[in-house]
Design a protein around this ligand. Structure first.
Ligand code: NAD
Length: 346
């Protein structure tokens, strides 16, 4: 770090009153730690390469977020300085409980895996009736280093959604983050679209997002301490996509739902944001990926000149779910290689 302070974001949310702040770096391979207090008595650690370890002894409220930075002895006590683990500092979702819908493939699978790698306990939702999805969800959970469960539920069914959220709370103890990712699209001209097709797309994408996030938010309010709602919308929450009117309508509606909820749920400390992927290489785009002409046309529209990877969407989800995004609500994060900014020059 060449003597330049590097800040790791911490926010005082749930506080352990009366705890003393005592931090010592005992190992030269671990960055030295000092502490500063800002005007609001929030702690911020400043990592200074080569600086002597500093022990701070103040009887001040201790932010819960520090729990995730201190390992293995947990929050500091007056009994002695805990060990600061640099590795633990990258566990940005340590011990949070997250539900990711439609997580047996594509973006949802990448989000679930990345959340688990960041220390979260993850419920991996998959749709009923697909042994392939069930096997993928169960294999994912088995590969996690944290607690996880595979949960079958059709997000367009209120009954299944309620049962799924109840199971997450019963088995993982609480729910801190809900990633509303499950989605489908049907390509059909507006004049040909049937009621069944319209209702199916809106049922999964919009109603499913409503029902899952409502059930999760009710739990978050009940348990206290805030929470995170993340919707996987699309660049088509904003830009048109002829032949996909039901899909665009569902994603545009999610955008307005998210903006409303950011205000309604703010008093409960629940942040609400969208991620708007562009063209990501997942099963939903298999027909384009398999068609060289369609693929070339699609890539031509993307300033970065390639499809995105599910992991590149997952990185943004980690940020939004982490304490670092505590002041971020009501926004859409585009992960689209510049697609929405594309212009045709002639
Ligand atoms: P995907 O097809 O791999 O993922 C969609 C997931 O939703 C699948 O696992 C599927 O089983 C699940 N699902 C479908 N219906 C369900 C239901 N009723 N209940 C529960 N789960 C259900 O494709 P993806 O690209 O990973 O899509 C994930 C999300 O990202 C979707 O909401 C999609 O609209 C959005 N998105 C994707 C792209 C892209 O280019 N891939 C772009 C913009 C937005």
């Amino acid at each position: 770090m060449n003597g330049q302070p590097s800040r790791r974001c911490l926010r005082a949310r749930r506080q352990v009153s009366g705890a003393s702040a005592q931090l010592l770096a005992r190992d030269s391979s671990v960055p030295k730690v000092t502490l500063v207090l800002d005007d609001n008595d929030l702690f911020y650690p400043i990592l200074l390469s080569g600086a002597p370890p500093l022990c701070v002894r103040r009887r001040l409220p201790f932010p819960r977020a520090w729990d995730s930075l201190i390992s293995p002895s947990g929050p500091p006590t007056r009994a002695g300085p805990p060990y600061f683990s640099w590795k633990a500092a990258s566990m940005r979702l340590k011990d949070k409980v997250a539900l990711v819908t439609g997580a047996s493939s594509g973006i949802g699978a990448a989000v679930a895996a990345r959340f688990a790698a960041e220390g979260a306990h993850v419920a991996v939702n998959y749709r009923p009736g697909s042994p392939k999805d069930r096997d993928a969800a169960e294999a994912a959970v088995a590969s996690f280093g944290t607690r996880g469960i595979a949960v079958e539920a059709d997000v367009s069914s209120r009954e299944m959604v309620e049962a799924m959220v109840a199971r997450v709370v019963a088995e993982l103890g609480r729910i801190d983050v809900a990633v509303n990712n499950a989605g489908i699209e049907i390509k059909r001209g507006f004049l040909e679209t049937t009621d069944e097709e319209w209702n199916r797309v809106l049922g999964v994408n919009l109603y499913g997002s409503f029902a899952v996030s409502q059930a999760a938010a009710r739990e978050m309010v009940k348990q206290g301490g805030g929470g995170r709602l993340i919707y996987m919308s699309s660049v088509h929450e904003d830009i048109p996509f002829p032949g996909y009117t039901s899909y665009c309508a569902s994603k545009g509606a999610i955008r307005m739902m998210m903006r409303n909820l950011c205000i309604e749920l703010a008093p409960h400390g629940i942040t609400v944001n969208n991620i708007a992927p562009g063209a990501i290489a997942t099963p939903i785009n298999q027909s384009v990926l398999d068609d060289p002409v369609a693929f070339k046309n699609a890539v031509t529209e993307i300033p970065l000149g390639r499809f995105g990877k599910p992991e590149e969407v997952a990185s943004v989800a980690v940020f939004l779910a982490s304490d670092e995004a505590a002041y971020v609500t009501g926004s859409t994060y585009y992960v689209d290689g510049g697609l929405t900014q594309q212009v045709t020059l002639y």
